[in-house]
Design a protein around this ligand. Structure first.
Ligand code: HGY
Ligand code: MN
Ligand code: MN
Length: 417
Protein backbone atom coordinates (compact mmCIF):
# COMPACT_ATOMS: atom_id res chain seq x y z
CA UNK A 1 0.00 0.00 0.00
CA UNK A 2 1.19 3.52 -0.74
CA UNK A 3 1.61 5.38 2.53
CA UNK A 4 3.68 8.24 1.10
CA UNK A 5 0.86 10.76 1.72
CA UNK A 6 1.12 10.18 5.48
CA UNK A 7 3.42 12.89 6.77
CA UNK A 8 4.33 12.92 10.43
CA UNK A 9 5.31 16.38 11.72
CA UNK A 10 8.35 16.35 13.95
CA UNK A 11 7.69 19.87 15.31
CA UNK A 12 4.18 19.04 16.42
CA UNK A 13 5.35 15.83 18.08
CA UNK A 14 8.17 17.65 19.86
CA UNK A 15 5.86 20.38 21.14
CA UNK A 16 3.40 17.83 22.54
CA UNK A 17 6.18 15.89 24.26
CA UNK A 18 7.70 19.05 25.77
CA UNK A 19 4.28 20.33 26.88
CA UNK A 20 3.46 16.98 28.48
CA UNK A 21 6.83 16.96 30.25
CA UNK A 22 5.81 20.07 32.20
CA UNK A 23 3.28 18.09 34.22
CA UNK A 24 5.13 16.84 37.27
CA UNK A 25 8.53 18.19 36.19
CA UNK A 26 11.22 18.35 38.88
CA UNK A 27 14.04 20.92 39.14
CA UNK A 28 16.49 18.16 38.17
CA UNK A 29 14.78 17.60 34.82
CA UNK A 30 12.91 14.48 35.91
CA UNK A 31 9.26 13.76 36.49
CA UNK A 32 7.14 13.01 39.53
CA UNK A 33 3.92 11.84 37.90
CA UNK A 34 2.65 8.70 39.61
CA UNK A 35 -0.65 7.37 38.32
CA UNK A 36 -3.70 9.42 39.33
CA UNK A 37 -1.62 11.95 41.29
CA UNK A 38 -2.47 15.63 40.80
CA UNK A 39 0.26 15.96 38.16
CA UNK A 40 -0.99 12.89 36.32
CA UNK A 41 -4.58 14.14 36.44
CA UNK A 42 -3.56 17.51 35.00
CA UNK A 43 -1.55 15.80 32.27
CA UNK A 44 -4.48 13.52 31.47
CA UNK A 45 -6.86 16.48 31.13
CA UNK A 46 -4.42 18.27 28.85
CA UNK A 47 -3.97 15.16 26.72
CA UNK A 48 -7.70 14.54 26.42
CA UNK A 49 -8.07 18.03 25.02
CA UNK A 50 -5.28 17.33 22.52
CA UNK A 51 -7.08 14.14 21.52
CA UNK A 52 -10.33 16.03 20.93
CA UNK A 53 -8.52 18.64 18.87
CA UNK A 54 -7.24 15.79 16.70
CA UNK A 55 -10.83 14.67 16.03
CA UNK A 56 -11.01 11.74 18.44
CA UNK A 57 -14.11 10.95 20.47
CA UNK A 58 -12.81 10.66 24.03
CA UNK A 59 -14.14 8.74 26.99
CA UNK A 60 -12.76 7.38 30.25
CA UNK A 61 -13.57 3.90 31.49
CA UNK A 62 -14.10 2.65 35.03
CA UNK A 63 -10.36 1.95 35.41
CA UNK A 64 -9.52 5.54 34.38
CA UNK A 65 -8.18 4.41 31.02
CA UNK A 66 -8.57 7.19 28.45
CA UNK A 67 -9.98 5.92 25.18
CA UNK A 68 -9.98 8.09 22.06
CA UNK A 69 -11.74 6.68 19.03
CA UNK A 70 -11.71 7.63 15.38
CA UNK A 71 -14.45 6.19 13.20
CA UNK A 72 -13.66 4.66 9.82
CA UNK A 73 -14.06 6.95 6.82
CA UNK A 74 -17.69 6.82 5.59
CA UNK A 75 -16.72 6.12 1.97
CA UNK A 76 -15.11 2.81 2.98
CA UNK A 77 -18.49 1.46 4.13
CA UNK A 78 -16.77 0.00 7.20
CA UNK A 79 -18.83 -0.43 10.36
CA UNK A 80 -18.14 1.93 13.24
CA UNK A 81 -18.30 -1.10 15.51
CA UNK A 82 -15.74 -3.16 13.60
CA UNK A 83 -12.70 -4.34 15.60
CA UNK A 84 -10.31 -1.42 16.00
CA UNK A 85 -6.60 -1.00 15.61
CA UNK A 86 -5.50 0.36 18.97
CA UNK A 87 -2.38 2.38 19.69
CA UNK A 88 -1.58 2.75 23.36
CA UNK A 89 0.88 3.49 26.13
CA UNK A 90 0.91 5.43 29.42
CA UNK A 91 1.15 8.93 30.87
CA UNK A 92 2.19 7.95 34.41
CA UNK A 93 5.87 7.86 35.29
CA UNK A 94 8.18 6.11 37.74
CA UNK A 95 9.39 8.25 40.69
CA UNK A 96 11.87 10.81 39.39
CA UNK A 97 11.58 9.24 35.96
CA UNK A 98 12.19 10.61 32.50
CA UNK A 99 10.13 12.57 30.01
CA UNK A 100 9.67 9.93 27.33
CA UNK A 101 8.82 6.58 28.92
CA UNK A 102 5.16 6.13 27.99
CA UNK A 103 4.83 9.75 26.87
CA UNK A 104 6.41 8.96 23.53
CA UNK A 105 3.86 6.23 22.91
CA UNK A 106 0.85 8.40 23.56
CA UNK A 107 2.12 11.61 21.93
CA UNK A 108 3.49 9.51 19.06
CA UNK A 109 0.17 7.70 18.77
CA UNK A 110 -1.63 11.02 18.62
CA UNK A 111 0.71 12.36 15.96
CA UNK A 112 0.28 9.14 13.96
CA UNK A 113 -3.51 9.54 14.07
CA UNK A 114 -3.27 13.18 13.01
CA UNK A 115 -0.94 12.34 10.14
CA UNK A 116 -3.18 9.50 8.98
CA UNK A 117 -6.25 11.79 8.99
CA UNK A 118 -4.45 14.58 7.19
CA UNK A 119 -3.23 12.22 4.47
CA UNK A 120 -6.79 11.94 3.17
CA UNK A 121 -6.32 8.19 2.72
CA UNK A 122 -9.65 6.52 3.56
CA UNK A 123 -9.42 4.76 6.93
CA UNK A 124 -11.13 1.37 6.67
CA UNK A 125 -11.21 0.49 10.41
CA UNK A 126 -11.84 2.32 13.68
CA UNK A 127 -8.64 3.51 15.31
CA UNK A 128 -8.31 3.88 19.06
CA UNK A 129 -5.71 5.71 21.09
CA UNK A 130 -5.44 4.29 24.62
CA UNK A 131 -3.86 5.98 27.62
CA UNK A 132 -3.62 3.07 30.03
CA UNK A 133 -3.71 3.63 33.79
CA UNK A 134 -0.78 3.01 36.13
CA UNK A 135 1.51 1.10 33.83
CA UNK A 136 4.36 1.76 36.24
CA UNK A 137 2.73 0.24 39.30
CA UNK A 138 2.54 3.21 41.67
CA UNK A 139 -0.32 1.45 43.39
CA UNK A 140 0.53 -2.21 43.10
CA UNK A 141 1.84 -4.39 40.30
CA UNK A 142 1.73 -2.23 37.17
CA UNK A 143 -0.04 -2.49 33.78
CA UNK A 144 -3.21 -1.89 35.79
CA UNK A 145 -5.30 -0.28 33.08
CA UNK A 146 -4.69 -2.84 30.37
CA UNK A 147 -5.25 -5.73 32.78
CA UNK A 148 -8.45 -4.12 34.11
CA UNK A 149 -9.65 -3.82 30.52
CA UNK A 150 -9.54 -7.59 30.14
CA UNK A 151 -10.59 -8.67 33.60
CA UNK A 152 -7.05 -9.74 34.46
CA UNK A 153 -6.72 -8.03 37.83
CA UNK A 154 -5.65 -10.33 40.61
CA UNK A 155 -7.88 -10.96 43.57
CA UNK A 156 -8.53 -7.85 45.66
CA UNK A 157 -5.81 -5.99 43.73
CA UNK A 158 -7.61 -2.65 43.78
CA UNK A 159 -7.71 -2.70 47.58
CA UNK A 160 -4.03 -3.49 48.02
CA UNK A 161 -1.13 -1.06 48.12
CA UNK A 162 2.64 -1.16 48.43
CA UNK A 163 2.63 -0.15 52.07
CA UNK A 164 0.50 1.25 54.87
CA UNK A 165 0.97 4.85 53.76
CA UNK A 166 0.55 4.16 50.07
CA UNK A 167 -2.80 4.56 48.33
CA UNK A 168 -4.67 1.58 46.96
CA UNK A 169 -6.11 1.91 43.47
CA UNK A 170 -9.59 1.89 45.03
CA UNK A 171 -8.68 5.00 47.06
CA UNK A 172 -7.18 6.78 44.06
CA UNK A 173 -10.17 5.95 41.87
CA UNK A 174 -12.47 7.33 44.56
CA UNK A 175 -10.34 10.46 44.82
CA UNK A 176 -10.90 11.17 41.12
CA UNK A 177 -14.64 10.54 41.39
CA UNK A 178 -14.88 6.93 40.22
CA UNK A 179 -16.58 4.08 41.98
CA UNK A 180 -14.06 1.23 42.44
CA UNK A 181 -16.93 -1.21 42.89
CA UNK A 182 -17.72 -0.67 39.21
CA UNK A 183 -14.21 -1.56 38.00
CA UNK A 184 -15.57 -4.47 35.94
CA UNK A 185 -17.37 -1.97 33.71
CA UNK A 186 -13.95 -1.38 32.14
CA UNK A 187 -13.88 -4.95 30.81
CA UNK A 188 -13.93 -5.35 27.05
CA UNK A 189 -13.72 -8.32 24.76
CA UNK A 190 -10.41 -8.99 23.00
CA UNK A 191 -12.51 -9.41 19.84
CA UNK A 192 -12.99 -5.63 19.83
CA UNK A 193 -9.32 -5.33 18.87
CA UNK A 194 -7.92 -6.18 15.50
CA UNK A 195 -4.43 -5.22 16.64
CA UNK A 196 -2.58 -3.40 19.40
CA UNK A 197 0.50 -1.30 18.69
CA UNK A 198 2.76 0.42 21.19
CA UNK A 199 5.64 2.72 20.44
CA UNK A 200 8.24 3.25 23.14
CA UNK A 201 11.78 4.29 23.86
CA UNK A 202 14.02 1.25 23.96
CA UNK A 203 15.16 2.01 27.55
CA UNK A 204 18.47 0.30 26.83
CA UNK A 205 21.61 0.91 24.76
CA UNK A 206 21.25 -1.49 21.81
CA UNK A 207 19.74 0.71 19.07
CA UNK A 208 21.93 3.69 19.86
CA UNK A 209 25.06 1.54 19.80
CA UNK A 210 24.06 0.23 16.36
CA UNK A 211 23.07 3.65 15.03
CA UNK A 212 19.66 2.27 14.06
CA UNK A 213 16.56 4.48 14.58
CA UNK A 214 13.86 1.82 14.79
CA UNK A 215 13.62 -1.40 16.78
CA UNK A 216 11.04 -4.05 15.98
CA UNK A 217 10.18 -5.86 19.18
CA UNK A 218 10.01 -9.63 18.82
CA UNK A 219 9.09 -10.44 22.39
CA UNK A 220 8.90 -9.07 25.91
CA UNK A 221 10.50 -10.78 28.87
CA UNK A 222 8.51 -12.49 31.57
CA UNK A 223 8.30 -10.35 34.71
CA UNK A 224 7.60 -11.94 38.08
CA UNK A 225 6.98 -9.67 41.04
CA UNK A 226 7.09 -10.45 44.74
CA UNK A 227 7.03 -8.78 48.11
CA UNK A 228 9.57 -9.82 50.73
CA UNK A 229 8.27 -9.21 54.22
CA UNK A 230 10.71 -9.20 57.13
CA UNK A 231 9.50 -8.93 60.71
CA UNK A 232 11.73 -7.95 63.63
CA UNK A 233 11.12 -6.36 66.98
CA UNK A 234 10.68 -2.60 67.17
CA UNK A 235 12.25 -1.05 70.24
CA UNK A 236 14.17 1.86 71.66
CA UNK A 237 17.35 2.52 69.68
CA UNK A 238 19.13 4.00 72.68
CA UNK A 239 18.39 1.54 75.41
CA UNK A 240 18.41 -1.85 73.67
CA UNK A 241 21.92 -3.41 73.57
CA UNK A 242 23.06 -4.64 70.17
CA UNK A 243 23.11 -8.26 71.30
CA UNK A 244 19.45 -8.17 72.30
CA UNK A 245 18.03 -6.79 69.08
CA UNK A 246 15.97 -8.31 66.32
CA UNK A 247 16.45 -5.63 63.68
CA UNK A 248 14.28 -6.24 60.60
CA UNK A 249 16.36 -3.97 58.41
CA UNK A 250 19.62 -5.74 59.26
CA UNK A 251 17.97 -9.03 58.29
CA UNK A 252 16.62 -7.43 55.12
CA UNK A 253 20.13 -6.24 54.23
CA UNK A 254 21.38 -9.82 54.38
CA UNK A 255 18.56 -10.91 52.13
CA UNK A 256 19.29 -8.13 49.62
CA UNK A 257 22.95 -9.01 49.18
CA UNK A 258 22.27 -12.76 49.05
CA UNK A 259 19.51 -12.32 46.46
CA UNK A 260 21.80 -10.14 44.38
CA UNK A 261 24.57 -12.77 44.56
CA UNK A 262 22.08 -15.47 43.52
CA UNK A 263 20.91 -13.42 40.55
CA UNK A 264 24.48 -12.77 39.40
CA UNK A 265 25.16 -16.51 39.67
CA UNK A 266 22.02 -17.30 37.65
CA UNK A 267 23.71 -16.13 34.45
CA UNK A 268 23.52 -13.37 31.86
CA UNK A 269 19.97 -13.97 30.60
CA UNK A 270 18.15 -13.18 33.80
CA UNK A 271 17.96 -10.14 36.09
CA UNK A 272 16.58 -9.61 39.55
CA UNK A 273 16.08 -6.37 41.42
CA UNK A 274 15.02 -5.35 44.90
CA UNK A 275 13.91 -1.84 44.05
CA UNK A 276 11.74 -0.59 46.85
CA UNK A 277 12.21 -0.80 50.57
CA UNK A 278 9.79 0.34 53.25
CA UNK A 279 11.06 0.35 56.81
CA UNK A 280 8.57 0.45 59.67
CA UNK A 281 8.04 2.46 61.67
CA UNK A 282 11.07 4.32 60.22
CA UNK A 283 12.80 6.74 62.59
CA UNK A 284 16.29 7.62 63.87
CA UNK A 285 15.53 6.24 67.27
CA UNK A 286 13.48 3.11 66.65
CA UNK A 287 14.94 -0.29 65.90
CA UNK A 288 13.25 -1.32 62.64
CA UNK A 289 10.38 -3.64 63.46
CA UNK A 290 9.36 -4.47 59.93
CA UNK A 291 10.53 -4.21 56.33
CA UNK A 292 8.65 -4.72 53.11
CA UNK A 293 10.68 -4.94 49.91
CA UNK A 294 9.73 -5.42 46.30
CA UNK A 295 11.53 -7.99 44.18
CA UNK A 296 11.17 -8.56 40.49
CA UNK A 297 12.84 -11.15 38.32
CA UNK A 298 12.91 -10.88 34.52
CA UNK A 299 13.92 -13.32 31.82
CA UNK A 300 12.65 -14.57 28.50
CA UNK A 301 12.74 -18.07 30.05
CA UNK A 302 9.96 -18.67 32.54
CA UNK A 303 11.74 -21.79 33.84
CA UNK A 304 14.82 -19.70 34.66
CA UNK A 305 12.63 -17.37 36.68
CA UNK A 306 11.16 -20.29 38.58
CA UNK A 307 14.65 -21.56 39.36
CA UNK A 308 15.76 -18.18 40.68
CA UNK A 309 12.55 -17.76 42.64
CA UNK A 310 13.28 -21.07 44.34
CA UNK A 311 16.77 -19.82 45.22
CA UNK A 312 15.28 -16.62 46.63
CA UNK A 313 12.74 -18.64 48.60
CA UNK A 314 15.61 -20.56 50.18
CA UNK A 315 17.43 -17.33 51.11
CA UNK A 316 14.32 -15.74 52.56
CA UNK A 317 13.36 -18.95 54.35
CA UNK A 318 16.73 -19.04 56.09
CA UNK A 319 16.06 -15.69 57.79
CA UNK A 320 13.85 -15.68 60.88
CA UNK A 321 10.39 -14.22 60.34
CA UNK A 322 10.93 -13.41 56.68
CA UNK A 323 8.47 -14.35 53.98
CA UNK A 324 8.36 -14.26 50.17
CA UNK A 325 4.95 -13.35 48.72
CA UNK A 326 4.45 -13.86 44.97
CA UNK A 327 2.34 -11.01 43.56
CA UNK A 328 2.10 -11.36 39.82
CA UNK A 329 3.79 -12.98 36.86
CA UNK A 330 3.42 -11.33 33.45
CA UNK A 331 4.48 -12.62 30.07
CA UNK A 332 6.78 -13.43 28.43
CA UNK A 333 5.11 -12.77 25.19
CA UNK A 334 5.86 -12.83 21.49
CA UNK A 335 4.82 -10.14 19.07
CA UNK A 336 2.72 -11.00 16.05
CA UNK A 337 4.86 -12.09 13.05
CA UNK A 338 2.59 -10.38 10.50
CA UNK A 339 2.76 -7.09 12.43
CA UNK A 340 6.54 -7.38 12.72
CA UNK A 341 6.65 -7.87 8.95
CA UNK A 342 4.35 -4.87 8.42
CA UNK A 343 6.67 -2.72 10.55
CA UNK A 344 9.69 -3.98 8.64
CA UNK A 345 8.04 -3.32 5.28
CA UNK A 346 7.16 0.20 6.42
CA UNK A 347 10.80 0.74 7.39
CA UNK A 348 12.02 -0.56 4.05
CA UNK A 349 9.69 1.72 2.10
CA UNK A 350 10.79 4.77 4.09
CA UNK A 351 14.47 3.76 3.90
CA UNK A 352 14.58 3.62 7.70
CA UNK A 353 17.10 1.12 9.11
CA UNK A 354 15.57 -1.23 11.68
CA UNK A 355 16.60 -4.03 13.98
CA UNK A 356 14.59 -6.88 15.53
CA UNK A 357 15.09 -7.26 19.28
CA UNK A 358 13.69 -8.47 22.59
CA UNK A 359 12.38 -6.01 25.18
CA UNK A 360 13.74 -6.34 28.69
CA UNK A 361 11.30 -3.66 29.80
CA UNK A 362 7.67 -4.41 30.48
CA UNK A 363 4.82 -2.69 28.66
CA UNK A 364 1.05 -2.75 28.34
CA UNK A 365 1.74 -4.55 25.05
CA UNK A 366 2.33 -7.65 27.23
CA UNK A 367 -1.34 -7.83 28.11
CA UNK A 368 -2.69 -8.33 24.61
CA UNK A 369 -0.91 -11.33 22.98
CA UNK A 370 -2.16 -13.98 25.45
CA UNK A 371 -5.69 -12.81 24.62
CA UNK A 372 -5.14 -13.48 20.94
CA UNK A 373 -4.87 -9.81 19.95
CA UNK A 374 -2.09 -9.44 17.35
CA UNK A 375 0.40 -7.06 18.93
CA UNK A 376 3.45 -5.12 17.80
CA UNK A 377 5.94 -2.70 19.33
CA UNK A 378 8.16 -0.10 17.76
CA UNK A 379 11.22 1.12 19.66
CA UNK A 380 13.40 4.15 19.12
CA UNK A 381 16.82 4.64 20.72
CA UNK A 382 17.28 6.59 23.91
CA UNK A 383 20.41 8.57 24.59
CA UNK A 384 23.08 6.45 26.32
CA UNK A 385 20.40 3.83 26.87
CA UNK A 386 19.29 5.70 29.98
CA UNK A 387 15.71 5.37 31.24
CA UNK A 388 13.72 5.50 34.50
CA UNK A 389 15.90 8.46 35.45
CA UNK A 390 15.87 12.22 34.76
CA UNK A 391 18.64 11.80 32.16
CA UNK A 392 16.27 9.86 29.87
CA UNK A 393 16.48 11.55 26.45
CA UNK A 394 15.82 10.97 22.76
CA UNK A 395 16.76 12.45 19.40
CA UNK A 396 13.77 14.19 17.85
CA UNK A 397 14.52 12.84 14.39
CA UNK A 398 14.42 9.27 15.73
CA UNK A 399 11.07 9.98 17.38
CA UNK A 400 9.63 11.36 14.15
CA UNK A 401 11.02 8.41 12.17
CA UNK A 402 9.47 5.97 14.65
CA UNK A 403 6.09 7.69 14.59
CA UNK A 404 6.17 7.69 10.80
CA UNK A 405 6.69 3.92 10.86
CA UNK A 406 3.88 3.61 13.40
CA UNK A 407 1.45 5.58 11.23
CA UNK A 408 2.43 3.67 8.08
CA UNK A 409 2.09 0.35 9.90
CA UNK A 410 -1.38 1.20 11.24
CA UNK A 411 -2.57 1.88 7.70
CA UNK A 412 -0.79 -1.19 6.38
CA UNK A 413 -2.55 -3.39 8.92
CA UNK A 414 -5.83 -1.58 8.24
CA UNK A 415 -5.47 -2.38 4.55
CA UNK A 416 -4.22 -5.85 5.39
CA UNK A 417 -1.16 -5.33 3.18
O1 HGY B 1 8.79 -1.88 34.40
C1 HGY B 1 9.02 -1.71 33.20
O2 HGY B 1 9.79 -2.38 32.55
C2 HGY B 1 8.35 -0.60 32.47
O3 HGY B 1 9.23 0.43 32.21
N1 HGY B 1 7.18 -0.17 33.09
MN1 MN C 1 8.75 2.55 32.64
MN1 MN D 1 6.80 2.63 29.65
Amino acid sequence: MDTSAIKVQENRLRKDLLDLAKYGETPGGGLMRPALSDADMEARLWFQERMRQAGLRVREDAAANIIGRLDPTDSTGASKDAPCIAIGSHIDAVPNGGRFDGALGICGGLEAVRAIRESGIPIPVPIELLVLTDEEGAHFAGTFGSRAMFNLLIEDEINRSKGPERPSMALSLQKIGKNPALIREAVRSPSEFRAFLEMHIEQGPVLESMGVPVGIVEGIVCISRYFIHVAGKAGHAGTTPMRLRDDALVKAARIITSVNDAMVAAGPDIVGTIGELNVYPGAFNIIPGGVQMTLEIRSMEESAIQKSAAAVQEIVGSVANARLEPILSKGGVFMDPAIMDAIELSCRERGTPCHRMVSGAGHDAMTFPPLGVPTGMIFIPCVEGRSHCPEEDIRWEDAAAGVQILADTVMRIAQNK
